[in-house]
Design a protein. Structure first.
Length: 212
C-alpha cells in the first residue's frame, strides 16, 4: 500500500484537495493541513479517486457484499468505487441514505440497492465518527451486517480517549477501518518533497500534540 498511498497524496496535493496552512478542525484544533474530499469535483478526479479506494479496499482484505455511503460525501464515493470495481469485473451493489426521509414515491431514507449481507461503509475521513455510528444503525435496522469502513485519509488524531478516532470506531463497532493513506504516509511524502519541506516541522509538531 505504500506506493498507492504516496500516489494518492501526490494526487490530492495536485488537485488542491490536500492543502497546507492553518485550518480549524471540527475538534477546534488548529491544523497545519486540511483534506477536503469534496474538491474531487470533476469526472476525471472522481474516477481516479474511485480507483484508489478500490485498490485500498482490496489490499485491506475486508470481505464484503455491498457498499454503503452516508450522505452527503459518501454518495459520490460509493458510486465511483462501484464503477472502479466494475471495470475490474467485480459488480458490487451500493446504497446510500437521505438526510431526511422522503414522504412520497418510494419513501424512506435509503436509496439504491437493498441493504443486505456484509456492508462496507465508505467515508472520506473520520473525525468524531458520527456518520459511521448512524450508518451502522441504519444497516442493522435492515438486518444486514456492517463489516468495515474504508476512508481516504486517516489523520490518526486522538478521539474522545487516548485512542485515535479511527481506533475508537474499530473498538466500538468491532470492525476494521482501512484508509488509502494516513498521517504517517503524509509525513513521509512531505519529507521527500522540496516544495512542501517548509511544512514538515509544523505537521510533525501537530502529530506529537494531537495524534497517536
Amino acid at each position: 500500500m505504500s506506493e498507492i498511498s504516496q500516489e494518492f497524496i501526490a494526487f490530492s496535493v495536485k488537485k488542491q484537495v490536500l492543502r497546507f496552512g492553518e485550518f480549524k478542525t471540527k475538534a477546534g484544533r488548529l491544523s497545519p493541513y486540511f483534506f477536503n474530499a469534496g474538491l474531487f469535483n470533476d469526472g476525471e478526479s472522481l474516477l481516479k479517486l474511485g480507483e484508489f479506494y478500490a485498490k485500498s479496499i482490496q489490499a485491506s482484505g475486508i470481505q464484503f457484499d455491498m457498499l454503503f455511503g452516508p450522505a452527503y460525501k459518501g454518495i459520490p464515493l460509493v458510486a465511483a468505487i462501484s464503477i472502479a470495481f466494475a471495470r475490474e469485473g467485480k459488480n458490487y451493489p451500493y446504497a446510500y441514505n437521505r438526510k431526511e426521509a422522503k414522504d412520497h414515491g418510494e419513501g424512506g431514507t435509503l436509496v439504491g440497492a437493498p441493504v443486505q449481507g456484509r456492508v462496507l461503509i465508505i467515508d472520506d475521513v473520520i473525525s468524531a465518527g458520527t456518520s459511521i455510528r448512524e450508518s451502522v444503525e441504519l444497516i442493522l435496522q435492515q438486518q444486514a451486517t456492517p463489516c468495515g469502513v474504508s476512508i481516504a485519509l486517516d489523520r490518526q488524531e486522538k478521539g474522545l480517549t487516548e485512542l485515535s478516532a479511527v481506533q475508537e470506531v474499530e473498538k466500538n463497532n468491532r470492525m476494521p477501518v482501512s484508509s488509502i493513506a494516513n498521517l504517517t504516509d503524509l509525513l513521509k511524502y512531505i519529507e521527500n518533497s522540496a516544495d512542501l519541506a517548509q511544512y514538515l516541522h509544523k505537521v510533525d509538531l501537530y502529530r506529537q500534540q494531537y495524534c497517536v
